[in-house]
Design a protein around this ligand. Structure first.
Ligand SMILES: Cc1cc2nc3c(=O)[nH]c(=O)nc-3n(C[C@H](O)[C@H](O)[C@H](O)COP(=O)(O)O)c2cc1C
Length: 247
């Protein structure tokens, strides 16, 4: 097994297809992830056709991986299947609420991450697309997702056609708290972020964007408050439409 210490996101793929047996085997193995009450509150839509990929692409802000990857997977939080089973078996489902969405979201993301780890171990490359929750409504319509199904993660998968440098990570001391959470002092923050701030590519981002600090690249350009608030209220509306959230 190639160590997880070497993993990185892959955004360029060879045209080589992924055999259905391999893909289905990985999905089946991924379903060994822990799941709430063994209910498996998730499902995955497999996109292989160029027609569907080109329809999905603008929903992911035309990120090239969507049309470039042989397979695009949309992982969904899914309480539909379980609720149908309940109704078919004289049981009244009570899962049209926000708590149930969060439970299905956890299940779906554990399943997704298991899939990514297994796929990478099998020599495939993956890229997680967060645009799914920025823009869920057209994805729901295109993929015909019924009530109580919500797309939470899209993964593009294929045989790697690039070997990018591995991105940095914060040092362990930046993410671990022993026994209780210890609030970070200004000195802790300086030390935890100093390596990231020292990287030439990050220093270059600051200068080409006329910013003073790397943090401003995140707050003013990449993940802005106004965008977050807009997409947040959109997300709540679509959760209502899918039956997971009542006013
Ligand atoms: C929630 C989430 C959303 C992401 N969205 C995107 C995306 O839309 N496009 C993209 O190219 N990468 C996306 N990524 C991948 C990250 O950019 C990547 O994991 C991060 O830069 C660290 O790089 P690494 O995975 O190579 O270690 C996303 C990852 C996560 C977990």
């Amino acid at each position: 097994m190639d160590s997880i210490k070497n993993r990185r996101t892959i955004r360029k793929y060879k045209s080589q297809d992924i055999p259905a047996d391999l893909l289905n085997g990985l999905i089946e193995e991924a379903s060994r992830a822990a799941t709430m009450g063994n209910m498996q509150l998730y499902s995955v839509v497999v996109t292989r056709s160029n027609e569907m990929k080109s329809k999905l692409a603008p929903m992911h802000f035309n990120q090239p991986m969507v049309t470039n990857a042989p397979v695009v997977l949309t992982f969904c939080a899914d309480f539909n299947r379980f609720s149908l089973w309940c109704k078919q078996r004289k049981a009244e489902p009570g899962y049209d609420n926000f708590l149930s969405f969060v439970n299905a979201l956890s299940d779906a993301l554990l399943f997704t991450q298991n899939f990514c780890t297994l796929a990478e171990d099998a020599g495939l490359g993956t890229c997680y697309l967060g645009t799914t929750i920025y823009n869920p409504e057209p994805i729901i319509d295109l993929l015909k997702l019924p009530e109580l199904v919500f797309p939470v993660a899209t993964i593009t998968v294929g045989y790697p056609d690039e070997a990018p440098a591995q991105p940095d990570r914060l040092p362990l001391k930046g993410i671990v708290h022993e026994e209780v959470y210890h609030q970070y002092s200004p000195e802790d923050i300086d030390s935890i972020y100093s390596y990231k701030e020292s990287l030439p590519e990050n220093m270059n981002f600051i200068s080409i964007n006329n910013k003073e600090t790397l943090a401003q690249i995140f707050t003013d350009i990449r993940y802005r408050k106004s965008d977050n608030e807009l997409m947040s209220s959109g997300l709540v509306k679509v959760l209502q439409r899918q039956g997971f959230f009542k006013e």
